[in-house]
Design a protein around this ligand. Structure first.
Ligand SMILES: [Zn+2]
Length: 114
């Protein structure tokens, strides 16, 4: 998948609202697994966040790695982001797929559009 396609799918998923705080415009594609650790440009590996590397939710994730791993905002190199639940403001703990959907982990079916 191209970087552009991944960005477009994640932006469609978020509606340009930060997926972590739900209260600010999303401006950054955050890689849950860093590109340097094999993370890909896929919707399952991306979060659409407010802020930058040092500000907003992007900064919060960068500066609080323990919280980021616990809440699925960051994924260690040995795990597949598609299999790691993540907290998003609008849906709680969900899985992300590569079609740009949130999946409830108890059902593994798409959440209803909100
Ligand atoms: Zn935010």
């Amino acid at each position: 998948m191209s970087q552009r396609t991944a960005r477009d799918l994640v932006a469609a998923r978020s509606g340009w609202i930060c997926e972590v705080c739900g209260s600010a415009t999303a401006t950054n594609f955050h890689h849950r697994k860093n590109a340097s650790q094999g993370g890909l440009w896929l919707p399952s590996n991306g979060l659409h966040l407010c802020g930058s590397g040092t500000t907003g939710c992007h900064g919060r994730i960068t500066q609080n790695p323990a919280d980021a791993y616990r809440l699925g905002w960051s994924v260690p190199s040995w795990q597949d982001p598609r299999a790691v639940t993540v907290f998003v403001f609008s849906h709680g703990m969900v899985l992300l797929d590569d079609a740009g959907r949130y999946l409830h982990t108890d059902q593994e079916v798409p959440c209803r559009a909100s």
